[in-house]
Design a protein around this ligand. Structure first.
Ligand SMILES: Cc1ncc(COP(=O)(O)O)c(C=O)c1O
Length: 445
């Protein structure tokens, strides 16, 4: 258990989690079903959640500041969301038929998102991105896509390209190499993806122009969590949209996480109009969900009414009524005032953490926007994947910070990624700041 750093009785504190992990390794490959919940020496197993808090199987209580990787914007078991889900559950969980519930949630989302006329539901952000890419190919008649170096868009082969490039293989900074993430990815996949440098207008324009005849779409997350959670500059987003329009390349805004930055999503905050938008996480009220939305003309590729659809699209649990009911309630609770409060708290947290870092002279910084933040073990200015890439020593410090905060009852993402939820009050924000402050004072992080 040597990689769980100090504080009191770390081994005993996580004894039941360790036992469950050992049991799990027998029947679950790697001991779990999801890479993002794995960290060394073993994950903490959760028993249950209540509002802003989690309780693990050893009885430890945590303030949850990862909220199932940003998806639980109302924390755990919000009474109104729970009641909506239970009411839906009583009427049956899924049918071989559409229901009214999906129309209601679609209307709400279309009203809020300036660039979304229509949408379709799926069960994850991965599927949403995959269907958006397929829609763009069908609409433009072009085969390839472009994406930004290091950006995460789920587990579809094409968007995983160059997700984890390293100095050994990332190549030219102006024209990043297309590298494989998973072993066994065919070279043909790498050949069909153009990798762009984030936040760099001239280089991005040049690569799009060189490849315009083969590019169906550019996929962009304007606040990529794995690219240091450094927001794109507004000039960059405007230039990207302008260049895509000029070249006949569709712009896909991946707002799976960044939709939570405001009432009108990231597209509202930046004032841009992507052709397609992908959503997931918060729109499902804590249940599995995803959605692809966009311009009516582009979304017509899914239409089966007049001809066989250009992009046939199914999914046994798509738009199931329980997800739709919980998602609708969660979204209704997110009024403009609620977003304002959450984002103000986010700003306050980032500011207080920056102050703590400065006063403790720690080699860290805090990034993020809205209710999102990330603690990064460097003071160097960050703008793209390469500047935010951690070396071995920095990765070790990030892993140590994670355990130091877990030991102090703060449940944060293992890369220092976190987010707020609506049940949090000022006291919870102060608790995060205090735990980070104690950590920096206690050790040589
Ligand atoms: C920007 C972005 N796109 C897509 C995905 C994939 O979503 P899901 O995990 O629901 O498949 C994620 C997941 O974190 C994400 O952050």
């Amino acid at each position: 258990m040597s990689s769980i750093p100090s504080t009191v009785n770390a081994v005993e504190r996580y004894a039941e989690s360790r036992r469950l992990y050992e049991e799990a390794r027998d029947v679950l490959a790697g001991g779990n079903s999801r890479l993002t919940v794995y960290y060394k020496p073993h994950p903490v197993y959760v028993d249950h959640g209540e509002g802003a808090y989690l309780f693990d199987v050893d009885g430890n209580r945590y303030l949850d500041i990862i909220n199932n990787y940003t998806s639980l914007i109302h924390g755990h078991a919000h009474p109104d969301v729970e009641a909506a889900a239970i009411a839906a559950l009583r009427g049956g969980t899924a049918f071989a038929a559409p229901t009214n519930a999906e129309i209601t949630l679609a209307k709400l989302l279309c009203e809020r998102l300036p660039a979304v006329d229509q949408l379709r539901f799926v069960n994850s952000g991965t599927e949403a991105v995959m269907m958006a890419v397929k829609a763009a190919r069908a609409f433009t008649g072009k085969p390839d896509i472009a994406k930004f170096e290091g950006a995460y868009h789920g587990a579809y082969d094409y968007v995983e390209v160059s997700l984890a490039s390293s100095p050994e293989n990332w190549g030219d900074p102006d024209a990043p190499a297309a590298t494989a993430y998973a072993a066994g990815v065919p070279q043909s996949v790498l050949n069909e993806v153009v990798v762009l440098p984030f936040n760099r207008i001239d280089e991005t324009r040049a690569l799009l122009r060189q490849n315009q005849d083969r590019l169906a779409a550019v996929v962009v997350d304007v606040m990529p969590s794995r690219v240091g959670l450094v927001p794109a500059s507004p000039e960059f987003v405007a230039a990207l949209q302008e260049e895509c329009r000029k070249l006949g390349i569709l712009l896909i805004s991946d707002e799976v996480i960044s939709f939570r930055v405001g009432y009108h999503g990231a597209q509202g905050a930046y004032g841009f109009e992507p052709d397609l938008t992908t959503l997931a996480k918060i729109i499902g009220g804590g249940f599995p969900v995803g959605a692809i939305g966009g311009r009516r003309e582009v979304m017509a590729v899914f239409d089966a009414a007049e001809q066989s659809p250009r992009v046939p699209h199914g999914g046994t649990f798509n738009a199931n009524p329980v997800t739709m009911a919980a998602g609708l309630k969660a979204m209704e609770l997110l009024t403009p005032d609620v977003f304002d409060r959450l984002n103000r708290q986010g700003e306050q947290l980032r500011q207080s953490l920056s102050d703590v870092i400065r006063l403790s002279e720690a080699e860290w910084q805090v990034t993020g926007a809205g209710s999102l933040f990330r603690l990064i073990p460097t003071r160097a200015p960050l703008s793209d994947y390469r500047s935010a890439h951690l070396n071995r020593e920095q990765s070790a410090r990030a892993a140590a910070l994670h355990w130091e905060l877990m030991n102090r009852g703060v449940f944060i993402g293992s890369s220092g990624f976190g987010c707020l939820s609506t049940p949090m009050a000022d006291g919870e924000i102060e608790a995060v700041v205090k735990a980070v402050e104690e950590t920096f004072h206690a050790g040589d992080l």
